[in-house]
Design a protein around this ligand. Structure first.
Ligand code: SIN
Length: 279
């Protein structure tokens, strides 16, 4: 689709677009907002360059997509700022780990995972490093064989937050195949970080199917790799995109801010038959 109010340049065949000819530090026109919402659904992850945004700008742009939400985890690596919705993430020579360095959907352990996250990185490692990978779960689902699609329809899986964020973090059961609430497209909704068990299968069966699905989701055919520059923004649709932050830049600094937008419960794909528990 061609956009009249900005330029959208596709980043890869399965997902992603770089949006140029737009200034997010200014109020956007109603036409631009409509087109941004459409581009978000079309490309699944939008990238912006040279956007020296304030916390207020960050919050204002994110709110165009829904109410802002808060992280479910108590033990996160990001830190609060003086804006309740903006969290700081920062890595430097003292960092042994960064958040999000394995393929995941943000906080899929929550009964209602975020709709999306908007990350503004103001400081990047010199030369290279700190890229983020994104993968389309529409494309991953569509590439499954018809037999496997039929098998997965109606199954649900447990997503557990405790191993990552500590005891007391929510866990939730979600359909393995969900229908995107806005586009209606089907997608795979399991990820290596949070999904621990397919309900109704033995542990052995569940582990085998989940490992097969994780490997499938992580195939390069439906991935892109975003190279950050100072004041880039990535805004991903957490309902259909996996991502993975690469921690290859120690002891250099990578630093920025993030906000997340509240979602809705992942809907079961239409036509799915409910899973029958085998145990
Ligand atoms: C994350 O949200 O998982 C981290 C993404 C990043 O730092 O690029």
């Amino acid at each position: 689709m061609a956009y009249a109010t900005f330029t959208a340049t596709p980043y890869g065949p399965a997902l992603g677009a770089e949006i140029t000819d737009i200034d997010l530090t200014r109020e956007l026109s109603p036409a631009t907002i409509d087109e941004l919402r459409a581009a978000f659904l079309e490309f699944q992850v939008l990238f912006f360059r040279d956007q020296d945004i304030s916390f207020d700008d960050h919050e204002r742009v994110a709110r165009l997509f829904g109410p802002l939400g808060e992280h479910v985890g108590k033990k996160t690596l990001s830190k609060a700022t003086d804006n309740p919705y903006v969290r700081k993430f920062h890595a430097d020579e003292n960092s042994r780990k960064v958040s999000g360095d394995a393929w995941h959907t943000d906080q899929s352990c929550a009964p209602i995972p975020p709709l999306g996250s908007m990350l503004h990185v103001h400081t990047v490692p010199p030369n290279s490093g700190g890229d983020t990978l994104f993968a389309s779960m529409y494309a991953a689902y569509e590439a499954l064989s018809p037999r496997m699609k039929t098998y997965l329809d109606g199954l649900t899986a447990l997503h557990d937050g405790a191993p990552i964020f500590g005891a007391g973090t929510p866990s939730a059961e979600h359909p393995v195949v969900v229908e995107h609430p806005e586009t209606g497209r089907k997608l795979l909704f399991v990820n290596r970080v949070f999904t621990t068990k397919i309900i109704g299968l033995s542990d052995h069966e569940s582990r085998a199917i989940l490992n097969m699905l994780f490997e499938h989701c992580e195939r390069p055919e439906w991935q892109i790799r975003f190279r950050w520059r100072a004041n880039s923004i990535a805004f991903w649709d957490n309902r259909c995109v996996h991502h993975c932050a690469i921690f290859d830049y120690w002891p250099n600094v990578r630093s920025g801010y993030r906000v997340q937008i509240e979602g809705t419960a992942p809907p079961v794909a239409a036509g799915a038959t409910p899973a029958v528990a085998a145990e």
